[in-house]
Design a protein around this ligand. Structure first.
Ligand code: GDP
Ligand code: MG
Length: 851
């Protein structure tokens, strides 16, 4: 091309490197002209890295490319002068380069747009024409240049006249073209390809500039602004050059310092979930945790290595360390959970999971007990099922069935709300002597909503008043069409008392299960659902989990809701420790880091880090959700909110219960109470003893604290007395609900159903033949009375309720023992008493019940 040809005359004279040399050795008064040529020449041989190296050590080029050599071989004065010139040129170049860059960019965009508009045909033709024209041009020029070359060889090579004599000289032409292309606003002219060439050259030039720094800049500037540069050598440049020199030195120093660290520094893509633990963040950046903590401290955040920080903060830290944050969404975090669809050949049939539902006292517990040949109904307070349990039974034909015993329909629904659809079949227990009742209807609606098939067990068929036909017709009103009436709902007449019809019931269940074709893959990481969970004294958090797919094994690492853990022990429904649990098997799981909630889904994952990350992510997510919903996060905020809301006509309550399932059932029942004027609002609910903080919250919002099978601990009791907070204890859900209902409508009388007359502490347990375990107690409060009801409390949780078999003072049976005295007590039908347990002595009062 033209530039390449333009180089040739000089090249012939002495080669690229030498021509530069020759020019440099000219007197300084003539430098500018010579440099113009050199620049043009060098631009067209950008690939030649040796060009700079060939420059004489003292030349500005060498100065720029190798500052360390600066003092070598030149006088101080000369160096200063050169640097001044260089700096002045640089300063000008900087501002010019900016303008140029903007201009270049605008031009580039303009050209791009235009280029897109032009049709291929046009372009082709134009290019062909141009090629022809260019060829002609080039030929002509070559001829001219050949002449010039011949002339030049004879004359002095550096004579400016020779350069100017060339008509037009490559430099001039290129400059003209560049100017033209810059000024270009009309449609694409025939000079477009040449302009393109220019641009490419400019780009190469830019690359060169970047590599060789100020040397080329200087020369280019020299070429364009020779007058200005000439001035730059004068007085005007003096001040500027000093500042520039300082900047340059500073830059060099920074470079030298930075240069020691930067080459080793690796920029990492750091996976960043919504929240991340500080140590894990450090780990992912491959930085030291203390450094990360320090960095956070500088941002005013005092955190520990195990604390989680939000993604925005983490991103700042990541950038500070020079890495790149890659945000990952929840699905990314949870992706480690094995969600692979099971292949059909891996699937094996699994036992059905059955929930028994029905109206209170229609015989749910009795039926379940009759089925598994156990009788726990008599030991239950009020005869109401209060704990969610799950049991497996074997039918006569060998089929294994898994039964869930729920405290109410609310629990069934709250589990569904959490995403755990565990029930395959609902057995609706309807007492033949009572027919369809409100909770029967509720159960029907729940089953329908969950799209779970139903089997009706018409119970108490042994009773004379039994009328199973009425049950069937009643059901019809609620769109449950039994087989006898042409529908597809099976009914079985049973008696939980006599055991009649139970086998048929199991058969009906097995048949329904067959229709459902329930299958699971035992050979995969387990997936399960929490049936109930509680904080066990001594064993820590315990969850009853129903395995839904795969097999849960000891040692498995899992995440369950917002908790995670490693299976330390598995205990089946018979209380035996087992090593693994397959599909449809309910097991107690030990080894959790916290108490999950009923309905939480359990997933086995590969590593603890994964489990922890998912759990932490979920905690953060639910926090965000709560915050978004305007709900309070901390107790303090909860209090503030309760205070602000006090004008609303609602009855705030605080619920503490012995197990999660009960607490949820109560909350759901209470939330249904109310009309347009008044409603019940559960401020807070939880599992375990009533604590001081519960009392504090209750006081703030004028709420009573409801303890269901739990008691207030010492400090909480004292605090409640002092603050006038009402604490009510219940052991029967329906009593509780009735009372709150009454309170909500302002009907509740001041009287309570029962009141405590004394407390006794067990100091020693004796084994007495014929009687069983006898507690050696100290009455700590009030009085112990033989006729009164008693409850056994262990860590403020009610574990038994019943009556006394014996109350002895020394060897004598007595009616009463006063506070401060020792006595011996034994329970009727109950032996599991331990040192440290507390016996609560209470009396029931006849209260007018409103309903
Ligand atoms: P749940 O509230 O539905 O769990 O009902 P329960 O199982 O606690 O039973 C309530 C009452 O009905 C208890 O007193 C049982 O003894 C009684 N009961 C349950 N099934 C039968 C039955 O088949 N026949 C008779 N005669 N009584 C029954
Ligand atoms: Mg029951």
């Amino acid at each position: 091309m033209s530039d390449t040809d333009g180089k040739k005359p000089l090249g012939v004279g002495g080669g690229a490197g030498r021509s530069g040399h020759v020019k440099q050795s000219f007197s300084h008064g003539r430098t500018h002209n010579v440099v113009v040529e050199t620049k043009r020449k060098r631009v067209v041989v950008p690939a030649k890295p040796g060009a700079g190296a060939n420059a004489r050590p003292g030349s500005p080029a060498a100065l720029a490319s190798d500052p360390s050599k600066r003092p070598a071989g030149i006088s101080e004065a000369e160096m200063e002068r050169r640097l001044k010139a260089l700096a002045a040129a640089k300063a000008r170049e900087a501002s010019e380069a900016e303008a140029r860059a903007a201009e270049e960019k605008a031009r580039e965009e303009e050209r791009e747009r235009r280029r897109a508009e032009i049709e291929a045909k046009e372009r082709e033709e134009r290019e062909r024409l141009e090629a022809l024209r260019l060829k002609e041009e080039e030929d002509a020029r070559r001829a001219r240049e050949a002449e010039v070359r011949a002339q030049k060889r004879e004359e002095t090579r550096a004579k400016p006249a020779a350069t100017e004599a060339r008509a037009p000289s490559p430099a001039d032409r290129a400059a003209a073209e560049a100017a033209a292309s810059r000024a270009e606003t009309k449609g694409v002219s025939t000079s477009a390809p040449r302009a393109k060439t220019d641009r490419e050259r400019d780009q190469r030039q830019d690359d060169n500039n970047r590599n060789k720094n100020a040397r080329d800049d200087n020369r280019r500037t020299t070429g364009k602004l020779s007058v200005t540069q000439a001035l730059g050598d004068g007085e005007g440049g003096r001040q500027r050059s000093l500042a520039a020199m300082k900047r340059k030195q500073e830059k060099a120093r920074q470079k030298a310092m930075g240069g020691m660290v930067k080459p080793e520094k690796q920029v990492r893509d750091v996976q960043l979930p919504e929240s991340i633990v500080v140590s894990e963040l450090a780990n992912r950046m491959a930085e030291r945790t203390p450094d990360v903590i320090k960095s956070l401290m500088r941002m005013g955040m005092m955190v520990t290595a195990n604390q989680a920080i939000d993604a925005d903060t983490a991103e700042i830290v990541i950038e500070e360390f020079g890495h790149k944050a890659v945000r990952v969404s929840d699905s990314d975090v949870e992706q480690v959970i094995d969600m692979v669809e099971d292949k059909a050949e891996d699937l094996q049939s699994r036992p059905p999971v059955i929930t028994i539902m029905g109206h209170v006292d229609h015989g749910k517990t009795s039926t379940l007990d009759a089925i598994r040949n156990a009788n726990v109904v008599s030991g239950e307070a009020g005869g109401i099922t209060q704990h969610i349990g799950a049991y497996q039974v074997k039918a006569k034909n060998g089929a294994i069935l898994t039964f869930l015993d729920t405290p109410g329909h609310a629990a069934f629904t709250s589990m569904r709300a959490r995403g755990a659809q565990v029930t395959d079949i609902v057995v609706l227990v309807v007492a033949a002597d009572d027919a369809v009742m409100p909770q029967t209807v509720e159960a029907i609606n729940h089953a329908k909503a969950a799209k779970v098939p139903m089997i009706v067990a018409i119970n108490k068929i042994d009773k004379p008043a039994a009328n199973s036909q009425k049950v069937r017709t009643d059901l019809l009103q609620h769109e449950v069409v039994v087989e006898e009436m042409g529908g597809d709902v099976q009914t079985v007449e049973i008696s939980a008392k006599t055991g009649q019809g139970l086998d048929q019931l199991l058969e009906a269940i097995a048949l329904q299960a067959e229709i459902l074709e329930l299958k699971a893959n035992p050979d995969r990481p387990a997936l399960g659902a929490v049936i109930e969970a509680q904080l066990d004294v001594g064993r820590g958090p315990v969850a009853t989990v129903l395995v839904q797919n795969g097999t849960l094994k000891r040692g498995d690492i899992f995440v369950v809701g917002e908790q995670w853990g490693k299976v330390r022990a598995l205990i089946n429904d018979k209380g035996d420790r087992i090593n693994e649990a397959g599909p449809s098997v309910p097991v107690e799981v030990l080894g959790l880091n916290g108490t999950p909630e009923a309905g939480d889904v359990l997933n086995v994952v590969e590593t603890e880090a994964q489990a922890r990350e998912i759990a932490e992510f979920r905690i953060q997510q639910s926090k965000d959700k709560r915050a978004a919903a305007g709900a309070a996060i901390t107790l303090d905020q909860l209090m503030a909110k309760a205070k602000a809301d006090q004008s609303v006509a609602e009855l705030p309550v605080l619920i503490k219960a012995d197990v999660q399932g009960s607490a949820e059932a109560i909350v759901q029942a209470l939330e249904k109470i109310g009309n347009d004027e008044v409603r019940v609002r559960v401020l807070h609910y939880g599992v375990g003893a009533i604590t001081e903080s519960d009392v504090g919250l209750a006081e703030a919002s004028g709420a009573p604290v409801i303890g269901f099978n739990v008691r207030a601990n010492g400090p909480a009791r004292a605090s409640a007395n002092q603050k006038g907070v009402e604490i009510r204890y219940y052991s029967i859900i329906y009593d509780l609900v009735d009372d709150i209902k009454a309170a909500a409508s302002g009907l509740l009388s001041a009287e309570v159903r029962e009141h405590f007359i004394g407390y006794a502490e067990i100091r020693e347990v004796f084994r007495v033949s014929g009687i069983g375990n006898v507690a050696g107690c100290l009455v700590t409060e009030g009085v112990a009375r033989r006729s009164a009801g008693v409850r056994l409390l262990r860590d403020n949780v009610v574990i038994h309720e019943g009556t006394l078999k014996t109350l002895k003072r020394f060897k004598d049976e007595v009616k009463e023992v006063q506070s401060g005295q020792e006595c011996g007590m034994a329970f009727e039908n109950y032996d599991d008493i331990r040192k440290g347990d507390v016996i609560e002595i209470f009396e029931r009062e006849e209260v007018q019940r409103k309903l």
